[in-house]
Design a protein around this ligand. Structure first.
Ligand code: HSE
Length: 431
């Protein structure tokens, strides 16, 4: 095949993902040229530490000046793998204004400033691709954007954070406590030294916003996502879920509510062990999509790591190169639906409430009355004695979050309840 085009690529950042992008661009350049119709050359790479030696990145193309990369008129495509909000946002906007197509793996940036970047890309007639931002290697954004765009998505549920899925898997399979598994995960390099963004659900919330926007053709930002992490999950919570033949997963859920609003949330959730998401173990990610005509779909794979994330970045690079070769342009952001975001208080869910109560006559009746007076219907109650106190495990039918909150407040104030040990969501099976 004759390659008529020679496209120059600039890269911002060269860490775990960037170094794999550079390696694969070097190793597979012939295949990439044949697949895209253009020779792709890594022409400039901006890094913080210019003196570090990097395989497949000659010193002559390394610079500490990111602006010089996005302002270089000979560069056609920018790959942003530096992470963080600034200067990544500023650099991408400059690249777009200079007419360059861009690829980013930056979920935090897209979750907060996606609209600004999409508008700029649209205005300047360039492509903005970001498959690596959610689920690493897993093709999920392009399927939502293209393959099932002729369908109506009802719900997207994802395990989109590998760190928390690793921790919850170990807690489930080994009965360990959260703090012990976190320490072990940090020692093994599976969790960051500062794990806050992962364990408190912030990373998953940014990904939930991106998934919700694509699924429901509506602008959703990270600020629209209700978010609760896994740091309060105890070994007892996990054991109780197991006794119920359920498993606790940190789920990113985006769904259309009965009154046609979009609910987007991240929280620990009990799901049945029969649900396909229950089998997603360790650091793997998966996204489960429920659509009107397609039914149920699941996308599974490695959600992080250098080579898997580079795979998604390179897929975007070839897609952009094909657009440039064939004279096309990728579809911009689709936000025509403008569906409003459902306030969390109105969102309905089933719940599991674990209480430490006094073990004496009338306690169960008092507890049941507190649920009833707040219009929360109980599905099952289980009690196990522990001397003069008992553990009550209450599973509810579906109820609005606001009713559940009032119930929990009333339980916490009640004389018969020593402690509300935990409140967890239970995911109902699909409609
Ligand atoms: N820190 C993320 C995870 C990967 O643990 O899955 C990058 O989003």
């Amino acid at each position: 095949m004759t390659n008529s085009k020679n496209l120059k690529v600039g890269m911002l950042g060269c860490g775990v993902v960037g170094s794999n992008v550079a390696r694969l661009l070097h190793e597979d350049s012939g295949d990439f040229a044949a697949r895209s119709g253009a020779t792709l050359t890594l022409a400039k790479v901006a890094v913080k530490n210019v003196s570090a030696k990097r395989d497949h990145v000659p010193a002559s193309i390394i610079t500490s000046d990111a602006l010089s990369v996005v302002n270089d008129p000979s560069i056609d495509i920018i790959i942003e793998v530096m992470g963080g909000i600034e200067p990544a946002r500023e650099m991408l906007l400059a690249a777009i204004k200079n007419g360059k197509s861009v690829i980013t793996a930056n979920k935090a940036l897209l979750g907060l400033h996606g609209a600004e970047l999409f508008e700029a890309a649209d205005k300047n007639g360039v492509d903005l691709y970001y498959e690596a931002a959610v689920g690493g290697a897993i093709p999920i954004l392009r399927p939502l954007r293209e393959s099932i765009v002729g369908d109506h998505v009802h719900r997207v549920m994802g395990i989109v954070n590998g760190t928390t899925n690793y921790i919850l898997t170990k807690m489930d399979e080994e009965g360990s406590a959260f703090a012990d598994v976190l320490k072990e995960a940090q020692a093994l390099g599976f969790a960051e030294a500062d794990p806050t963004a992962d364990i408190e659900g912030h990373d998953a919330a940014a990904k939930a916003a991106i998934l919700a926007g694509l699924a429901f053709h509506t602008r959703v930002t990270t600020k629209d996502v209700s978010c609760e992490g896994i740091s309060k999950i105890s070994a007892r919570d996990v054991a109780v879920a197991r006794e119920m033949d359920h498993v606790i997963k940190l789920l990113a859920i985006a769904e259309l509510t009965a009154d046609q609003q979009v609910s987007v949330r991240v929280h620990p959730t009990l799901i049945s062990r029969q649900h396909p998401l229950a089998s997603v173990r360790n650091a793997f990610n998966a996204v489960f999509v429920e659509a009107e005509s397609a039914g149920e779909l699941m996308f599974y794979g490695r959600g992080a790591g250098g080579a898997p994330t580079a795979s998604a970045v390179l897929g975007d690079l070839i897609a952009i190169a094909r657009n440039k070769t064939n004279g096309g342009e990728g579809h911009g952001e689709s936000d025509y639906a403008e569906i409003s975001i459902a306030p969390l208080d109105n969102v309905k869910s089933r719940y599991l409430i674990r209480l430490d109560v006094a073990d004496k006559p009338g306690v169960l009746a008092t507890v049941a009355q507190l649920f009833a007076s707040n219009s929360v219907s109980i599905e099952t109650v289980r009690q196990s004695g522990r001397g003069d106190s008992a553990e009550l495990i209450v599973a509810t039918h579906s109820a609005p979050e606001s009713s559940l909150k009032k119930t929990v407040e009333a339980l916490a104030k009640s004389d018969v309840v020593k402690k509300v040990e935990s409140v967890l969501h239970i995911e109902s099976s699909s409609r």
